[in-house]
Ligand binder design. Structure first.
Ligand code: NAP
Length: 307
């Protein structure tokens, strides 16, 4: 029987592990399919406080893990395949092994949705990004492209005009899902060029390990052309990793956990941390803070339950 089982090993899960371990709760962290979370997909992180020269994303998340292990946190590989959260104790199926626990911290994150092009996948962290706040700074005076037609794409395109010499916004339709005010801002920003009815066919150049350009196609006219690009930002939505908890943990229509205040979910003893609940900030530091809050709440819950 575990006191605390943490699902996910990104900033949120690993920070929860540091706090739970220092509270002598010997947490078990289920690392998940993408151990290290979104940070493991980035290169330099310049906005996590405490690192004046910046730190590589994978190194940062690994450091937090080591810190947790130093205090007695245990890690296991694998993914959660099933969960029974309506009984007592909770039971979690990690690739066939059922683990019993008194509390659960769900820090399973949200995965960025990608276009799915092979070249795009190869260049993630090398010019292809899903986070303008994280990576925009690297493209000062450079040519930037953003893909998407929702609020995220509008927000990222606007934000990126602070850095780029020009920002092209590519969207597959001529109707935008974004709210009117966000679209207005983009349309009135002289640095942004809208490319509606346009799809990305390829991203260059994986052989150079950096983005040099893209091949685009206008699906209304059939025109195909190549365009120089240095930074390629995909902003076509995120998918919170909550499918396995469906029908037990309350989520909104998109699958994000609905917070009941602090780190609480609708199930007493089950807490949330990080992007699995946060669709707004999505930063390493906010995920870490959420992990800290979840661990403190789990500790207080256990104490109140007499454990
Ligand atoms: P979203 O609203 O679901 O929009 C996703 C966009 O990506 C859509 O335009 C969609 O095109 C496009 N897309 C999806 N799959 C694609 C593919 N395979 N290839 C090309 N394009 C693709 O997602 P979001 O923009 O991340 O926003 C999510 C939620 O957060 C929304 O409720 C939004 O309002 C909110 N949000 C709010 C703010 C704000 O208010 N400051 C900022 C960010 C997000 P189609 O339209 O053709 O389907």
């Amino acid at each position: 029987m575990r006191n605390v089982l943490i699902i996910g090993s990104g900033c949120a899960g690993n920070t929860a592990a540091v706090y739970a371990a220092r509270a002598n709760l010997k947490p078990l962290v289920v690392a998940g399919k993408h151990a290290g979370g979104q940070l493991s997909l980035t290169t330099l992180v310049e906005n996590f406080p405490g690192f004046p020269q910046g730190i590589d994303g994978p190194e940062l998340v690994e450091n937090i893990k080591k810190q947790a292990e130093n205090f007695g946190a245990e890690y296991m590989h694998g993914d959660v395949l099933d969960a029974e959260l309506l009984g007592d104790p909770f039971r979690i199926d990690v690739e066939g092994e059922w683990i019993e626990t008194r509390t659960v911290i769900v820090a399973s994150g949200a995965s960025a949705r990608w276009l799915g092009l092979e070249s795009e996948q190869k260049l993630i962290g090398h010019g292809v990004s899903s986070c303008a706040t994280c990576d925009g700074f690297f493209y000062r005076g450079k040519k930037i492209m953003v893909v998407g037609g929702g609020d995220s794409a509008m927000e990222e395109a606007n934000f990126l005009t602070r850095f780029g010499s020009e920002v092209a916004l590519v969207h597959r339709r001529d109707q935008f899902r974004a709210s009117k005010i966000m679209l207005d801002r983009v349309q009135h920003n002289p640095k942004i060029k809208l490319l509606p009815n346009t799809v990305v066919e390829d991203v260059f150049d994986a052989s150079q390990h950096r983005v040099t350009g893209v091949r685009l196609k206008n699906i209304a006219t059939g025109a195909v052309w190549e365009q120089e690009v240095d930074g390629f930002f995909v902003a076509i939505g995120h998918i919170p990793n909550t499918a396995v908890f469906k029908g037990q943990i309350d989520t909104d229509a998109d699958g994000y956990i609905i917070s009941k205040g602090g780190a609480r979910t609708n199930i007493a003893g089950v807490f949330h941390a990080g992007d699995v609940q946060d669709r707004v900030y999505r930063q390493a530091i906010t995920a870490s803070a959420a992990g800290c809050i979840a661990a403190i709440e789990a500790e207080r819950y256990l104490e109140a339950e007499g454990h």
